[in-house]
Design a binder for this molecule. Structure first.
Ligand code: ATP
Length: 301
């Protein structure tokens, strides 16, 4: 086990920034701690890094057997500060001295983060995306087992975002465990293997991204007569349910049903479809649904 938290909580006066978080992170996972602003993501990272102290609860790195667990962690918590008038390489060398972990090939590291062309030029000439890649290289100095990033793509342009996302995936392939906080659902969906969803300091859900996404097989359909369309679908094998929404009738089917099955069935029943789209399910839908369920559960108690 890489990290385990039990009942981890943090209060600032009346503000319950984190409320009883139970979490288990295993080796090689890319964990996305996901939640809206103020949901407790940064608080979680700061707690497990020992930057702030819990009000209640405990956490344990590497099975609790490491006194100096910090040495096995590489982090970027805020926008990193570099010596702008020095080269990227000289900055990495300074980090290497501070961490007191000599021997790592820094040119190789620069190559890994895609900075080998520019690593010997001054940081002040770098784009924001390049600075972020340098920060990731800095976090990797000393070859830590776990990398921790808070909103790693914040402020970057689309190319910078894509570069950093790909870099994180590449780094994870080298066997490192990655924990990142993000408020961007699509980001977690694209990068992470697992997610921990927070809302108002509480755990909404956690697990593999694929499970939480819960693959659905939904189609958006439209025909001139919606009622006739509904009735026709009800007699179709594999039909589950439907509801009207903007742009048509959203219909859930069993997983073995595809667009041509639907089209053929409607044709046979004399219904002409003017629209037939597969609706991609997204973490966003899952997230909104979870928040709504959570609210409903709260109201029913
Ligand atoms: P963001 O994406 O906006 O950074 P977050 O999910 O990281 O949000 P946190 O920064 O962990 O959320 O904040 C959780 C809650 O704790 C918020 O209500 C925040 O205002 C509050 N909070 C955080 N730090 C402090 C502090 N030092 N003093 C008082 N309240 C704080």
């Amino acid at each position: 086990m890489i990290l385990k938290t039990q009942g981890l909580s943090k209060s600032y006066g009346k503000i319950r920034a984190l409320d009883g978080l139970d979490l288990e992170i295993r080796e090689g996972e890319i964990i996305g701690i996901l939640g809206p602003n103020g949901s407790g993501k940064t608080t979680t990272l700061a707690l497990v890094l020992g930057v702030i102290f819990p009000t209640e609860g405990t956490f344990e790195w590497f099975g609790g057997n490491e006194e100096n667990f910090n040495k096995r962690l590489g982090t970027i918590l805020e926008t990193p500060n570099f010596y702008e008038y020095m080269s990227g390489m000289d900055n990495l060398k300074i980090i290497q001295q501070i961490k007191n972990k000599p021997g790592q090939d820094l040119e190789e590291l620069a190559e890994m983060v895609g900075l080998s062309d520019r690593i010997h030029t001054k940081v002040k000439t770098y784009s924001l995306g390049m600075k972020q890649r340098l920060a990731i290289a800095g976090a990797m100095v000393g070859d830590p087992d776990v990398l921790i990033f808070d909103e790693p793509t914040n402020g970057l342009d689309p190319q910078g975002i894509a570069d950093v996302r790909n870099l994180i995936i590449d780094i994870s392939k080298t066997g490192k465990t990655i924990i990142m906080a993000s408020h961007i659902l699509a980001e977690v969906e694209k990068i992470c293997t697992h997610t921990v969803i927070l809302q108002k300091g509480q755990l909404l859900t956690s697990g593999p991204v694929k499970t939480i996404l819960r693959e659905t097989n939904a189609y958006l359909l439209e025909a001139e007569d919606t009622e006739a369309l509904k009735n026709c679908l009800k007699s179709m094998e594999g039909y589950i349910d439907s509801h009207e929404e903007e742009g048509g009738l959203l219909v859930n089917f069993d997983e073995n049903i595809n667009a041509s099955h639907i089209n053929t069935h409607c044709n046979k029943k004399g219904i002409v479809l003017s629209k037939l789209f597969k609706k991609e399910s997204s973490l966003e839908d899952a997230f909104i649904e979870m928040v709504n369920n959570h609210k409903r559960d709260g109201q029913n108690q």
